[in-house]
Unconditional design. Structure first.
Lengths: 266, 157
């Protein structure tokens, strides 16, 4: 096992450009679980935790820019995020407990690419963009097209997630997580949704990647019934049976959460 | 690697990916920090890095380099820590005791006068297998109770 510790973002980008097998680490809340259980294939790591360029939350040209290494605690305490993206604050409060919130990062949640990542439905519903940087430049990817499959994304091995950008959202934001207990439980299912001029509804833990339920939202936007929207939702999600829940339970709860969202934001 | 543990500067020779938990127990001989789950679920190994509660089983020692680490041995040397320790004894907050150091460290960043809800949120990442939560909450609540002011000049804690 090895760890390289670059002192700047540019140094980190040069290192991963010359050795794409290096695995970026920061808050380590997922990494050490993999190491502990021997499920982590990677042995060579690059430490990003102290890179100043990846920290900080700001508003630039009316877009909320959250540095990739912002921790859940920093997001919860940020007046910018509280005001502009309260559903992200709500989701961050339900990740693990205080110790995990103090270490886990938003960029890490995106990079880990788990279908159960708590902030991912929020980012999908918020129409977020992922800022990727390599030695050769920066590109921005719509969150919607970031994941290409189970734990797969468009991020190239020589790229790092440097920030997450969230545009101004109008309307009401809504978030719910259903898990075995309120803290320290991986989600069985979660929903992040926005009801404004546009309706955007995203579910987590119901498919190999986070699902932005476009057809479901279109039914509701057009004044369709909740029952019709629930029928549309069933065609957009593909929940499975696993250690945390069953396909049947997830499909039923997804439909219930959709109805609850629409009722509570009426 | 240099880090300050409970106020004492330590120079440890360890792999930067070695778990902070193992460095504290094996290299520093501070066995008050317990390993429970080893995967950041139970909070038994909680310590403070620069005042922030972390699960030391999922923190590489590299991330404590140059930082101030407080373990249970150091926490109970402070006024708040001592009050928490005494309250756990008085209110039966400890049963088997494995979760206790983590519970006390997780409660340490709380402010005096913290509400029951704030205490529950701060301790949400700490599991107790003896189902002693009510006694644990009572212990923390009592330790953090606002002290009766004896004079108009409230003392700084």
């Amino acid at each position: 096992m090895s760890l390289v510790r670059p002192r700047s973002l540019n140094a980190a980008l040069s290192l991963i450009a010359s050795d794409p097998t290096l695995m970026p680490i920061a808050g380590c809340t997922d990494v050490y679980v993999g190491l502990h259980f021997g499920t982590m294939a990677q042995k060579r790591f690059i430490d990003l935790w102290r890179l100043k360029e990846l920290h900080g939350i700001s508003v630039e040209k009316d877009v909320v820019r959250i540095g990739a290494l912002s921790t859940y605690t920093e997001i919860i305490e940020s007046t910018i995020v509280q005001k502009r993206v309260p559903m992200l604050v709500a989701a961050s409060r339900e990740v693990g407990g205080a110790q995990i919130q103090n270490r886990g990062t938003l960029g890490g949640n995106v990079a880990n690419a788990s279908p159960a990542g708590d902030t991912l439905p929020v980012l999908a519903a918020a129409n977020a963009r992922i800022v990727l940087r390599s030695k050769n430049g920066t590109r921005t990817v719509a969150f919607d097209s970031y994941y290409t499959g189970y734990r797969k994304s468009v991020r190239q091995p020589d790229e790092l997630i440097t920030a997450i950008e969230i545009p101004r959202l109008d309307g009401t934001q809504w978030w719910r997580k259903v898990g075995t207990r309120r803290a320290q439980a991986i989600s069985k299912i979660m929903i992040g949704a926005v009801r404004g001029r546009d309706v955007r509804i995203a579910f987590g833990s119901v498919a190999p990647t986070v699902v932005l339920a476009r057809k479901t939202a279109a039914v509701l936007s057009a004044g369709g019934s909740v029952a019709d929207a629930q029928a549309a939702l069933r065609t957009e999600i593909a929940p499975i049976d696993d250690v945390r829940s069953t396909s049947e339970y997830r499909a039923r709860v997804a439909a219930n959460l959709l109805a609850q969202f629409w009722k509570e934001t009426a | 690697m240099k880090l300050t543990v409970n106020g004492k500067l330590r120079n440890v020779k360890a792999h930067p990916m070695k778990r902070l938990l193992d460095v504290l127990r094996e290299d520093c001989g501070l066995t008050g920090t317990k390993e429970g789950c080893g995967e950041g679920e139970c909070g038994a190994c909680t310590v403070l890095i620069d005042g922030v509660a972390v699960d030391s089983c999922i923190v590489p020692v590299a991330h404590a380099e140059g930082c101030r680490v407080i373990t249970i041995e150091g926490a109970t040397a402070t006024k708040t820590g001592k009050a928490l320790q005494n309250a756990f004894v008085v209110h039966g907050g400890a049963q088997c005791g494995i979760c206790t150091p983590g519970m006390i460290l997780a409660a340490t960043p709380l402010e005096i006068g913290a509400s029951l809800d704030e205490i529950k949120v701060a301790l949400a990442g700490n599991l107790c297998r003896c189902t002693g939560y009510p006694a644990i909450f009572r212990s923390v609540e009592s330790a953090l109770k606002t002290p009766r002011r004896k004079s108009s000049r409230a003392g700084h804690l």
